[in-house]
Design a protein around this ligand. Structure first.
Ligand SMILES: Cc1cc2nc3c(=O)[nH]c(=O)nc-3n(C[C@H](O)[C@H](O)[C@H](O)COP(=O)(O)OP(=O)(O)OC[C@H]3O[C@@H](n4cnc5c(N)ncnc54)[C@H](O)[C@@H]3O)c2cc1C
Ligand code: FES
Ligand code: FES
Length: 504
């Protein structure tokens, strides 16, 4: 039985189709039409809802964490044990402090006051993103950059973004606003506690195991069932290709898949960790990665998407594979038969094909700490400097898939590259190392001649793909230019700051 909290009621659903989206559930079964459908592919944010989940705060107390999600690409099964909040529920009918005239929630009222809506189609989505941002903003004052990022997954085609951002700035800089959800927090926590974090099997093909053993067994018994991480890729098969998924095994209930921990020599990342959780953890080890992660989709997608899903979907333009390849990461494939560890750069076999067998799942990833910390290099420190650089080139800054993604991990002694490892996305049918390039860079200073040689080496490594995102010629040119950018940033550190602050 699926159970979740909605409008202060525990909802019990026994036989919903495994691939029913939250958006269709709301609009078609519940006649709650405040949540809009724009693109049905996670790109516009019109369908944004907020999902509340019981978590422990830093002091170990239970609290509710609110995160936005695109309901068009979230299956209803993902709501099990959680609270669903939609725009229909925001208006404050009871409980002060409400706007006594209109009952509007503060995240709605600022939109009205700043004339931040014209046709209004995008407005429920913006309101829900503002609501989520209000619930998660850690620091006041909140910068416009922060707001841009929070709203990066919402599109408006008629108002213009300035008044919307002004509205957000007003809302998020007001200090603590107490709303009806804060008033009800005790009851909500109680209700969520009452929904057991149990395994679920709906009888309509939806499985939610809660342990690795259950998961392996289910995958063995149902090798054709679709494994569901965040669904930000899988759900498009339903909403864009109009496929049906007969059975779905959701990873969300398996706590052992969702973690980021450090051992003496590695960072271990559970495959079910969300992109948001991964970003929060990795910024401490590798701040250089943060600008790339900020440009991975929009906030709603990052909240749902998992690290494992970004590898299992084997997209040639996924953003994490080039990074993990350059950082010399490994991954663990596991099933009821046992487990095996492989290097990420060996995991991708050919277009959309990986080493993953039908009964296997990706369980976790390991990134060597030496990728960030020179003292952990096998050769010891020896005056070596580590440079990690990650570049994403796409048509738009926010919420866009890469045309080219390039990741560089270099060890430098003075100005000389001692060792280089690289990962590229968008340059071949699979995410790949550039081995000829790595060999060319090793032992050299990145001067003009070295860069000329490096560009030639890149042509040996890649014959780029030609598709709607970019031509092969563009990709070749861009990847060559990124080598020049890398050299400029290494030898003139101010260049990096200038380029980042312009968001490219
Ligand atoms: C609007 C939008 C923007 C996007 N922008 C980006 C972007 O900027 N960069 C980028 O790289 N990607 C982007 N994506 C793609 C997608 O969000 C990512 O690939 C994401 O990491 C997929 O993770 P998921 O958990 O949602 O995968 P799911 O959709 O749940 O699964 C994807 C595939 O992997 C399988 N799978 C998932 N987890 C596992 C596992 N642990 N073991 C085995 N198989 C598994 C599933 O069965 C499925 O075949 C975007 C998607 C959308 C909709
Ligand atoms: S309808 Fe566009 S993101 Fe969901
Ligand atoms: S107000 Fe019309 S799309 Fe935003």
């Amino acid at each position: 039985m699926l159970q979740f909290l909605h409008q202060n009621q525990i909802i019990n659903e026994a036989r919903l189709p495994a691939d029913l989206t939250v958006l269709d559930y709301l609009r078609e079964s519940q006649s709650l039409c405040g949540t809009k459908e724009g693109c049905a592919s996670g790109d516009c944010g019109a369908c944004t809802v907020v999902i509340g989940e019981l978590v422990q705060d830093a002091e170990g107390n239970e609290t509710i964490r609110y995160r936005s999600a695109n309901s068009c690409i979230t299956f209803v099964g993902a709501l099990h044990g959680k609270q669903l909040i939609t725009v229909d529920e925001l208006t404050q009918k009871t409980n002060p402090p409400s706007d006594t005239v209109t009952g509007l929630h503060p995240s709605q009222r600022v939109i009205v006051e700043h004339h931040a809506s014209q046709c209004g189609f995008c407005t429920p989505g913006f309101v829900m993103s503002l609501f989520a941002a209000m619930k998660t903003a850690k620091d006041v004052p909140v910068s416009r950059e922060y707001i841009n990022e929070q709203l990066g997954g919402n599109l408006c085609r008629c108002t213009g973004y300035r008044p919307i951002i002004d509205a957000a700035e007003k809302l998020l800089n007001c200090g603590d606003i107490v709303d009806q959800f804060d008033h009800n927090a005790g009851d909500t926590i109680q209700a969520l506690r009452g929904i057991a974090d149990n395994s679920v099997e709906t009888g309509s093909g939806f499985f939610r195991p809660v342990s690795l053993d259950q998961l392996y067994l289910l995958k063995q018994q149902h090798p054709d069932a679709a494994v569901l991480g965040g669904g930000t890729d899988l759900a498009l098969r339903v909403t864009q290709q109009l496929d049906s998924l007969e059975s779905v095994i959701m990873l969300d209930g398996v706590a052992a898949l969702s973690f980021v921990t450090q051992t003496s020599d590695e960072i271990r990342i559970g495959a079910g960790t969300s992109l948001t959780g991964f970003r929060d953890a990795l910024v401490h080890y590798c701040p250089e990665l943060d600008p790339l992660l900020a440009r991975f989709a929009g906030t709603q997608v990052r909240n749902q998407a998992t690290v494992g899903g970004n590898f299992a979907n084997a997209s040639p333009v996924g953003d994490l594979p080039p990074v993990f390849i350059a950082l010399n990461a490994s991954l663990v494939l596991a099933s009821a038969r046992g487990e095996r560890t492989v290097k990420v750069h060996e995991f991708f076999v050919s277009y959309k094909e990986t080493l993953l067998q039908p009964d296997e799942i990706i369980r976790e990833f390991m990134i060597p700490l030496a990728a960030f910390d020179v003292s952990l290099l096998p050769s010891g420190d020896n005056g070596i400097r580590i440079v990690n650089r990650f570049y994403k080139v796409s048509k738009r800054i926010d919420d866009d898939i890469s045309a080219v993604c390039a990741a560089f991990h270099l060890q430098l002694s003075g100005n000389t590259v001692v060792a280089a490892s690289t990962g590229f996305g968008g340059m071949a049918a699979i995410p790949k190392r550039a081995q000829a390039l790595e060999a060319t860079l090793a032992g050299r200073v990145l001067d003009e001649q070295c860069l000329l040689d490096a560009v030639v080496a890149l042509t040996r490594d890649f014959q780029p793909i030609d598709d709607v995102r970019a031509t092969a010629e563009y990709r070749s040119k861009v990847s060559a230019n990124l080598l020049h950018r890398l050299a400029a940033e290494i030898y003139t550190p101010d260049v990096a700051t200038t380029v980042e602050s312009h968001g490219h």
